[in-house]
Design a protein around this ligand. Structure first.
Ligand code: SAH
Length: 381
């Protein structure tokens, strides 16, 4: 199946009362929209500044625009945000939002604050098609791709919540973005690319490609395009070092096996020792966490500028795995480290609010499941 088969281009969303949502339009589309209201192209640049640099949602506050233009905009256009359905904060400061879009579909976004920066984990799809065995989102079927407005909207809503308008030049609480929320971003590449180009634009939200990481389970044909077109950092959800186990844990491996995936990694545009691919490896007790597997991982990474990120398994209700012991994780990490690769263990964040890696699933789906009759054998999800 081609990656294009998974992508759907979206017409700009339209509000209930028929106004066009401007978020998610690229510069050319915004110019065309301004022209459709009888305005010169440079007005689009002013609009861009108000929308993406200042975070203004009310046309009346866009004081550098003529009153007549503002009135036309109010009639025909909207600058919206996803609706915050749930807003929860972990004891460690991690914050998770359940966001609702115009058609009622929902995703989660997670903000992970650190001392001198903060990372937003952004979703790319409602649900996911990949069915990775250890991932909670994988138990929710794919409902649809997110459009550019819905992807950019997650970032803008977070800026609102953190009070970070106008776009601060430094000291940001939202300094980094990881495309590691719900969904497989490379199965929705066109919309993700359009959204990230808006997010990276230096006259707007202005988060640089060096601070954006896209994580994929290995959609090999889209990897090169991601590097060439976006130049963002790449993370690979590897999780197993042989095809037999990876076929089971990460079923997309049956389509794009490890050798092909590693070839795409070696060819990723712009790699150097300063710009490495991150290999994510979930630590599953007695499944993939042996010293022999750590050594096999090192062998696989030969010739790839790489770093390894070990993720202790985060449990969810009914999950058929356990987290590796601390001793096993330490041993695994040491083997990788001694072979010359950085191999930090990712500290679980936001576990108390089910915001940690692999725990995301629309609360609405969770609630519906809880109401549904349980299967006779008691197996969850
Ligand atoms: N589909 C993309 C984006 C999701 S990223 C991808 O697979 O890369 C989410 C990351 O969390 C992935 O590395 C995923 O494998 C990992 N993950 C999923 N479930 C997990 C769990 N229960 N515990 C720890 N990490 C998990």
């Amino acid at each position: 199946m081609s990656t294009a088969g998974h992508s759907q281009q979206f017409a700009p969303p339209v509000t209930d009362d028929g106004r066009t949502e401007l978020i998610g339009l690229d510069r050319a589309e915004l110019e065309a929209f301004a022209a459709s209201l009888g305005e010169p192209a440079f007005r689009a640049r002013q609009l861009w500044h108000w929308i993406y640099h200042r975070g203004v949602t009310d046309f009346d506050a866009m004081t550098s625009l003529a009153k007549s233009f503002r009135a036309k905009l109010a009639e025909r256009a909207a600058v919206g945000r996803p609706t915050v359905a749930i807003d929860r904060q972990s004891i460690d400061g991690t914050r998770k939002w359940l966001l609702r879009f115009l058609d009622g579909q929902e995703v989660e976004s997670v903000h992970i604050p650190e001392e001198d920066r903060g990372t937003l984990c952004v979703s790319s799809q409602v649900g996911c098609t990949l069915t990775c065995k250890f991932c909670h989102t994988g138990t929710q079927r794919l409902v649809r791709n997110l459009g550019p407005a819905e992807i950019v909207g997650q970032v803008m809503m977070t800026r609102d919540a953190l009070g970070e308008w106008p776009s601060p030049p430094d000291g940001r609480l939202l300094s980094n973005i990881v495309m590691m929320g719900m969904g497989e971003p490379l199965y929705n590449f066109d919309n993700v690319a359009k959204a990230l180009k808006i997010v990276m634009d230096g006259e707007g939200i202005s988060i640089s490609k060096r601070r954006i990481t896209l994580s994929t389970a290995g959609v090999v044909p889209a990897i090169e395009r991601c590097g060439r077109e976006l130049g963002v950092n790449l993370a690979i959800s590897l999780h197993a070092v042989n095809d037999e186990l990876r076929d089971h844990l990460v079923p997309i491996n049956r389509k794009y096996p490890i050798a092909e995936l590693m070839r795409a990694c070696r060819d990723y545009p712009g790699l150097s020792n300063a710009r490495r691919i991150t290999f994510e490896y979930v630590m599953l007790k007695d499944v993939n966490d042996s010293p022999a597997e750590a050594r096999a991982l090192v062998a696989l990474l030969k010739d790839v500028p790489a770093k390894v990120n070990l993720i202790p398994f985060n449990p969810w209700p009914g999950a058929p795995f356990e987290r590796s012991t601390d001793a096993a994780i330490r041993k695994f990490s040491n083997i990788v480290f001694e072979a010359g690769y950085s191999s930090p263990v990712r500290t679980p964040r936001g576990e108390d609010i089910m915001a940690a890696c692999g725990q995301l699933k629309s609360e609405s789906v969770r609630a519906a499941k809880a109401r549904a009759p349980k299967p006779a054998d008691g197996a969850a999800a």
